[in-house]
Write a protein that binds this ligand. Structure first.
Ligand code: SF4
Ligand code: SF4
Length: 219
């Protein structure tokens, strides 16, 4: 899931500019889990906007703002309000903001900052465990990602600063390569890690990245 935090309310107000009438949309997926753009946060944001002298014409929680198919469907419920509004405040990741902007004929303002694709420990505690590098090493690193978990993103083993199993960038943290080697050794699979792993080919995975499912399904 995409981990987000809310922008400062003063920054949101500044981004709204002079527009008086707004539709506030949220995200029932990732931003709801982050408690940054779920229905409770949409309601709270609407209340704060009203307190700040803006008019909120509608509040809507989109099933998944980044999914244009679902957002097109959900936004039909507020078509009249969208026509009357000066703009839309979107509490979702940037992908959701841009997908919504492509569906409405109004300015769309981002209310959140998106940080990383994370796993969920519990509400409010998220971990970055995959940096979306496009060339997954997990099968060779005993299921532990060095790209996300090593501060230097090293793909081929520890740096020279690794000392007694600790990370040179953070003495409180273990060097992730220590964990990888221990797990490989435990599984008797050290030979898994004999090949050199180049950085992912930027020509293959340059930005913006797009994937298309192959005809006939999975490869
Ligand atoms: S190697 Fe790490 S960053 Fe790359 S795809 Fe696999 S889990 Fe994600
Ligand atoms: S000590 Fe280990 S985890 Fe820390 S930066 Fe070096 S290789 Fe990465």
């Amino acid at each position: 899931m995409i981990v987000t935090t809310q922008k400062e309310f003063s920054d949101v107000l500044a981004a709204l500019g002079a527009g008086r009438r707004w539709v506030v949309v949220g995200c029932a997926e990732c931003a709801a889990i982050c408690q940054t753009g779920g229905s409770a946060q949409v309601e709270e944001m609407a209340r704060r906007l009203e307190d700040a002298g803006r008019e909120v014409l509608a509040q809507v929680s989109l099933a998944s703002p980044c999914d244009r198919r679902l957002s097109r469907r959900d936004l039909r419920h507020v078509e009249a309000e969208l026509r009357a509004a000066d703009g839309v405040l979107c509490l979702s990741c940037g992908g959701g903001v841009q997908a919504v902007a492509g569906l409405v004929d109004r300015p769309v303002v981002a209310g959140l900052d998106a940080h990383f694709a994370g796993t969920v420990e519990r509400l409010g505690v998220f971990h970055e465990e995959c940096a979306l590098c496009g060339d997954c090493l997990l099968n060779e690193t005993a299921g532990t990602c060095p790209v996300a978990l090593c501060p230097k993103g090293l793909r081929n083993g520890p740096c020279e600063g690794s000392h007694d199993g600790r990370c040179e960038a953070d003495a409180e943290a273990e060097c992730v390569w220590e964990r990888i080697h221990a797990r490989l050794a435990e599984a008797g699979s050290e030979e898994c890690f004999t090949a050199f792993h180049r950085a992912p080919d930027p020509n293959r995975w340059g930005r913006p990245r797009t994937t298309r499912a192959p005809a006939g399904g999975a490869r």
